[in-house]
Design a binder for this molecule. Structure first.
Ligand SMILES: Nc1ncnc2c1ncn2[C@@H]1O[C@H](COP(=O)(O)OP(=O)(O)OP(=O)(O)O)[C@@H](O)[C@H]1O
Ligand SMILES: [Mg+2]
Length: 346
C-alpha cells in the first residue's frame, strides 16, 4: 500500500516541483476519503497537480467507467463562472424525442476525480449543488438518487476545488459553515526558493507540451478504495496521540481555554477532531508506518483546522491594516494554531 502511495507522490513531484509537502497532503486527503480546497494565486500548478494525480491513478479525462447504467469519467473539470447553473454541475432530465421520454443527463460531478476550478466565482446556489453532492456522495436527478461513491465496485469520489484568495472582486467566498465539507484547505504559496524556481524553468525549457501529459498510471483506480479501507482499519492511534489530539482540539475553544481568544472567536468542533485523526492516519500510512506519531498529527494540523476556526475579528482587522489583506487571515490562524500546539504539548 505505502509503496504505491509513495509512487503516486513521486510521480506528482516529478511534474510539479517544490511542493512535496502539499502533494503528500493531497494524497493523504484522498486516502482519508476527504475532499480538498486548494488556495493560491494563479499559475502555481494547481490544475497540473490534479491532472497529474488523476493520470497516476489511471483516471484521465478521456476514460469512462460504466457502473450501474451511469458513465463515470475518470476526471472532470468544472470551470466555475457566474453563469454556471446547479444542473451544469449535477445533471438534469432531458427529453428524448426518439423514446418520447425524459432521460437523465449526468453532469460532470459523475467522475472519480472532480476538479472544481475557481469555485468562488459561481453563485452560491451552484456552489451548494457541489457541496451537497460532496457531503451526501450522491446526486438526485428527476426524483432518482444516484450514488457518486460505490465502494464495493471501487468507485471513490474525490473533489478538489481551487480558489484564488487574492481576487475577491465579483466572487462569492464560500461561507465558513460550508468550508468544513473539505477535509483540508491547503494553502499554496510561490515556490519557496530561487533554486526550486530555477528547476521549474529547467523542466519546461526545451518543450512546449506539459510534462504532466507524459505521466503513466502507477496503479488501478480500485486501489484507492482498498487503501482507504486498509488505513481506516489498520493504522493504529495510541493513547498518547489520542490524548494529544483531544487536547489540541479543546484548546482551540475560547470557552474552554480562555487565552486562545486572542486568536480565535470560535474553535474546532468534535467533527474537526475526527477528521484530524483520519488525516493523520493517512499521512502516517503514506510514510509507511502503521501507527500515528505526534509528528503526523502536526503535519496535518494546519490544513485540517485552518478553515474551521473563526479568527478573532479585532486582531484580524488590526493585522489587515498592517499588511496584505488575505495573508493576515492565514497568519493569525497559523499563530493561533502554533500557540495551541504549545499548550497541548506542555
Ligand atoms: N512547481 C511547478 N513545477 C512544474 N511546473 C510548474 C510549477 N508551477 C507552475 N508550473 C507550470 O506553470 C503552468 C501553470 O500551471 P497550472 O495551470 O497548473 O496553474 P494553476 O495554479 O492551475 O493556475 P490558474 O490558477 O491560472 O488555473 C503549467 O505549465 C505548469 O506546468
Ligand atoms: Mg488552474
Amino acid at each position: 500500500m505505502a509503496g504505491v502511495a509513495k509512487e503516486v507522490v513521486a510521480g506528482l513531484s516529478s511534474v510539479v516541483l517544490g511542493y512535496e509537502y502539499e502533494e503528500r497532503l493531497i494524497v493523504s486527503a484522498l486516502l482519508a476519503n476527504g475532499h480538498v480546497l486548494l488556495e493560491g494565486v494563479p499559475g502555481i500548478a494547481k490544475t497540473t497537480l490534479v491532472r497529474g494525480l488523476s493520470r497516476l491513478l489511471g483516471l484521465g479525462e478521456d476514460v469512462v467507467f460504466e457502473l450501474g447504467g451511469v458513465g463515470f469519467r475518470g476526471m472532470s473539470r468544472i470551470q466555475f463562472t457566474p453563469d454556471l447553473m446547479p444542473s451544469d454541475v449535477t445533471g438534469s432530465l432531458v427529453y428524448n424525442p426518439a423514446t418520447r421520454d425524459f432521460e437523465p443527463r449526468f453532469g460532470p460531478v459523475f467522475a472519480y476525480v472532480v476538479l472544481a476550478d475557481e469555485i468562488n466565482r459561481a453563485v452560491p446556489r451552484t456552489q451548494s449543488a457541489l457541496l451537497q453532492a460532496m457531503q451526501e456522495r450522491s446526486v438526485t436527478i428527476g426524483g432518482r438518487t444516484y450514488p457518486l461513491e460505490v465502494r464495493d465496485r471501487g468507485k471513490f469520489f474525490f473533489v478538489l476545488a481551487t480558489q484564488n484568495p487574492v481576487e475577491q472582486e465579483g466572487t462569492y467566498p464560500l461561507p465558513e459553515a460550508q468550508l468544513d465539507r473539505f477535509l483540508m484547505r491547503i494553502v499554496m504559496d510561490y515556490p519557496s526558493s530561487l533554486e526550486t524556481e530555477k528547476e521549474i524553468y529547467r523542466l519546461h525549457m526545451y518543450r512546449l507540451t506539459e510534462p504532466v501529459e507524459d505521466l503513466e498510471p502507477v496503479v488501478e483506480p480500485v486501489w484507492v478504495v482498498e487503501a482507504q479501507d486498509l488505513i481506516a482499519r489498520e493504522v493504529k492511534v495510541g493513547e498518547g496521540v489520542l490524548e494529544y489530539v483531544t487536547r489540541l482540539i479543546r484548546s482551540t475553544r475560547p470557552s474552554i481555554f480562555h487565552p486562545v481568544s486572542k486568536y480565535f472567536e470560535l474553535g474546532a468542533s468534535p467533527r474537526a477532531g475526527v477528521f484530524l485523526i483520519r488525516a493523520a492516519k493517512a499521512y502516517a500510512a503514506l510514510k509507511g508506518s502503521s501507527e500515528v506519531e505526534f509528528s503526523d498529527v502536526d503535519a496535518v494540523l494546519f490544513p485540517v483546522l485552518n478553515h474551521r476556526l473563526i479568527p478573532n475579528f479585532e486582531r484580524l482587522v488590526e493585522l489587515e491594516s498592517e499588511g496584505e489583506r488575505f495573508l493576515a487571515r492565514y497568519r493569525l490562524i497559523r499563530e493561533g494554531i502554533e500557540y495551541v500546539k504549545k499548550s497541548a504539548a506542555g
